[in-house]
Each structure stands twice: as C-alpha cells, then as structure tokens.
Design a protein around this ligand. Structure first.
Ligand SMILES: C[S@@+](CC[C@H](N)C(=O)[O-])C[C@H]1O[C@@H](n2cnc3c(N)ncnc32)[C@H](O)[C@@H]1O
Length: 474
C-alpha cells in the first residue's frame, strides 16, 4: 500500500463529467474506496462512488484508491486521494521534491508511456463523446525521448519570504511559497539564471516587490533560452523604473552567466497578476534574443510569444505540414496565427499564405519574422478570425487549405459556418483542448471526414494535450 497526498484541484475545468443518473448523495468529508475507470481532462483519476462521478487528483487508471470527498457539485464530486490501495504498475515516484505543493505538473506520478496513453485516450474520448466518432483514427501520442528540461522560458516572482529571498510560486489559497528554482521541466540554464538573480539580489539587498503593500522594486525574473542558437535573455520586471543596485546586479549576472546575450528591464507599475508592463528597455547586450525553428528565424523581444517546447513544436509543425500536403500551388490560411510560425513553416510549400491574429504585437512579430527569414508570400493581418476570415471569404478568397490553431475555447460558431459554406478541400485543426476539438469536429462532420488525429506531447509531466487533426472534404 502506498500513501499519497496531492493537493486536490479546485475542481474539473470544463470537465467531460458524465451526467449522474441520480441526484448527488455524497457528503463532503465522506471516506470511500473506488476504482479508477478513466482520466479527467486535468489528469485526475475518475471513479464512481454510489454511482456518482468523482474526480480524484493523483489517482491513475485501474488503481483502487481510498479517498475523502472534498467538494460536491450538481453532477460530480471532487475527492482527495488518501491512500492507493492497489497501485498501477505504471505509478512512479515523482522526480520533483515539491511536486505535491507546486501544482505546475500533474502527471509526474505516472510513467511516461502511461502519460502518453492517457493523452491519447483523452483525445479518443472527446471524439467519441462530442463528435460521435468512437472510431476516430487517433494515432499514438508523439512523445519526447527525454521528457524533462524542455521548457525554454521561466517567469517567476522573486519575493522576500521568512527573512530570505525566494524565487517561487505561491501555493493556491495559502501564504506558503514553493521554491521552484530547480524545476525539472525547465531548461537547466533558465534555472541557473533564476538562481543567480536570487543569490545576487540577496547579496546586494535589492528591494523586492511586496504584493500586499504594492511596494518594492524587483517583482519577476524572466529567463529565456534559445535551444538552437544558444542565446539567452534575462528580463527583470520591476514595479518602478528605478532598481536599486541595478548596475552591479547586471554586471555580476553577465559575469556569472556568460551564456547571457541580452539583459532587459520591463516596468510594470500596476497591481496586477499580468507579468509585463508596457515599458521595456535594454540594460546590457542585445535588445532581442535570436532563435530558430527549422529555417525560420525569430528575433524575440521579452514580451514576444514563442512556443515553450521547441523540440515538440518542430514535430507539431511537421505534422501540420504532412496533413496539409502542399504542392506549391495552394492558397493557405493560417487562422489564429500568433507570431506566424505555422504559416512561415508552410510558406515555402504554398503559393500564398494569409494569417490573422487578434493580438497586434503578434502580427507585427509575424511580419518581422517573415522578413528576417526572406519569406515573401505571406500576409498577416490583425483581427478576429471569425471576422477577418469570414470577410475574406465573402470577398472571394477560396483557400485550398485552412489551418486553425484556436485558443482553448475552440472555433467561433461563425467561423465554423463560414468554413462549411466555403468548404476548403482540407482543414488542419491544431488544438490544445480535446473537448472543444471534438465539439468543433462534430459540427464540421457535416461536410468533413476526420482522416487522422495525432496527439503531440508539448508539455510532458502535465495533463496538457495538443493534437493535429486532418479533416478532408467528403
Ligand atoms: C494557441 S495560439 C496559436 C498560436 C500560433 N499558431 C503558434 O503556433 O504559435 C492561439 C492564438 O489565437 C489568438 N486568438 C485568440 N482569439 C482569437 C480570435 N478570435 N481571432 C484570431 N486570433 C485569436 C491568440 O492571440 C493566440 O495567438
């Protein structure tokens, strides 16, 4: 028997809770044993107690567990894992010493092959439930050979805590800070930069920001590493433009971490949980960090969006390219294009690429990235996909292939209708949320056949599931 305590999640986020056949009779505090039947969208185990659906963070499929009910909702309950009575042979010891407290990862207790299977199963279930396609061709999840140290960016608050300087995260609903400066999913260099800033700030007595009083200066440390170029950028986010010991801090950082190529300061004077403010200026080295994905070049300013797992991003985009199967003659749309990465990846194989994103900075970056990489057959426009693409189509644009990569909420109903009306030969759907993917494919099923679905593990050790779906006009 194994005892195991993982902080219960606040409850399932847009869960696929099967409707309970009768009213919930469970009580908060109730202790029960159950077998885990499947996995919830946040990586929890799902069991049944008195025929009620119960989400249990930390429990794995096929395990028998003893739990304590912590929350009872209309159609489901949430329970805390108290003891694993019969453990899955795929249960492993979490690598991270602060796994239970941190909450950043939720699957470290599952072996990596089980994590990949669980993610495939989540995608399968979504297609069965929402698209009514129980036999959707869902491939094996594309994983990493080494599913650790994959994140190229760390952004962490730096705070005074119990008389010391700590870089970490506040545990949800408590004043405990969890030191995550040695995080196992971060690239070691981002960890080293963060630790050096902490040590030097401690040594120099830099004034640290205090959320409660809204006083102090240095608030967040952002470290980003270029996996391809080896360049490194440190951004010090401060409340005030002034930063005590700035010169010495910058000098020591440049000496201690010779890999650094850029040190920037961003000023965020607001009482907000957003990381960055509007003003950014250089302190040392270059203003931007250079990075490459394949042949595409990116100059990244501190606020620029860039995929966090470069190794898997390349695999993801290659899957999109395979699904699009371009010959050089196609008109391609990259909807929800961000900084244009997918469109730029595919541009050499298409006649023209039209992309749009709602964030103006992303579109400015997309245009700059195209220019830097010498790509001339793309146009990127600021605006909502459901307006711009619908408008383009009304004006006669007839794309051969439409790539969509929406946020978790999925495709806007108007966009879905416009796609059905214009009927491009192919739609490639990149999704970070299997539930909305399943629902949208259910709507598109009126005219499209799901040819292939490939889950890609962009965030190992977490329950996050990304996937590429090829839809072909029937
Ligand atoms: C999952 S990201 C995809 C980014 C990009 N394809 C990539 O691979 O880096 C979703 C993008 O959709 C954008 N977005 C959100 N709502 C939008 C909307 N209604 N219309 C267009 N873009 C939107 C966000 O700004 C974000 O860049």
């Amino acid at each position: 028997m194994t005892t195991y305590k993982k902080k219960p999640a606040g409850g399932p986020r847009k869960q696929q809770a099967a409707a309970a056949p009768t009213a919930i009779k469970l009580q908060v505090g109730q202790i029960a044993e159950t077998e885990i039947k499947r996995t919830g969208i946040n990586g929890e185990g799902i069991g049944y107690i008195d025929r009620q659906v119960v989400f249990i963070p930390g429990a794995l499929p096929e395990e028998k567990v003893r739990v304590k009910v912590t929350k009872v909702e209309a159609k489901h309950a949430v329970a805390e894992l108290q003891m694993v009575v019969k453990a899955s042979p795929k249960r492993v010891e979490p690598r991270c010493p602060v796994y239970a407290e941190c909450g950043g990862c939720s699957l470290q207790h599952a072996s990596y092959d089980l994590q990949l299977d669980m993610k495939r199963e989540l995608v399968r279930e979504s297609f069965a439930r929402y698209a009514k396609l129980p036999k959707a061709p869902v491939e094996r999840t594309v994983g990493m050979s080494d599913p650790w140290s994959y994140r190229n960016k760390a952004q962490l608050p730096i705070v005074q805590h119990k008389g010391d300087v700590v870089v970490g995260l506040f545990q949800a609903g408590s004043h405990n800070i969890v030191d995550v400066s040695g995080c196992h999913v971060q690239h070691p260099l981002t960890n080293r930069i963060v630790q050096e800033v902490r040590d030097i700030a401690r040594d120099l007595g830099v004034k640290l920001y205090d959320e409660k009083t809204h006083k102090g200066e240095l608030r967040t440390v952002v470290a980003r590493v270029g996996f391809e170029t080896g360049e490194c950028q440190l951004t010090l986010v401060t409340r005030t433009k002034e930063l005590s010991h700035r010169q010495e801090l910058v000098k020591r950082m440049a000496e201690q971490v010779p890999e650094l190529t850029s040190i920037m300061q961003n000023v965020n004077p607001a009482r907000t949980s957003l990381i960055f403010g509007d003003e950014t200026f250089p302190l040392w080295g270059a203003d931007v960090m250079e990075e490459r994905l394949g042949d595409v070049q990116f100059s990244l300013s501190p606020r620029a969006f860039f995929q966090l797992n470069p190794e898997q991003t390349t695999k993801l985009y290659n899957l999109v390219a395979d699904a699009a199967a371009l010959t050089g003659k196609e008109v391609l749309v990259d909807a929800y294009c961000g900084v244009g990465t997918i469109g730029l990846w595919l541009a050499p194989k298409a006649r023209e690429v039209h992309g749009m994103d709602i964030v103006p900075e992303a579109i400015a970056d997309a245009k700059r990235n195209a220019e830097k990489s010498g790509i001339t057959n793309t146009r990127f426009v600021v605006g909502a996909a459901e307006q711009i693409l619908v408008d383009w189509m009304k004006k006669g644009l007839r794309p051969d292939v439409v790539v969509v990569d929406p946020p978790r909420t999925g495709l806007h109903p108007e966009l879905l209708q416009a796609l059905l009306k214009t009927a491009p030969k192919k739609i490639v759907y990149v999704s970070c949320n299997p539930s909305t993917l399943g629902k949208d494919c259910g709507v598109l099923g009126e005219k499209y056949e799901v040819k292939k679905v490939t889950p890609v593990d962009m965030f190992p050790q977490t329950a996050h599931v990304e996937s590429v779906t090829e839809l072909r006009l029937k």
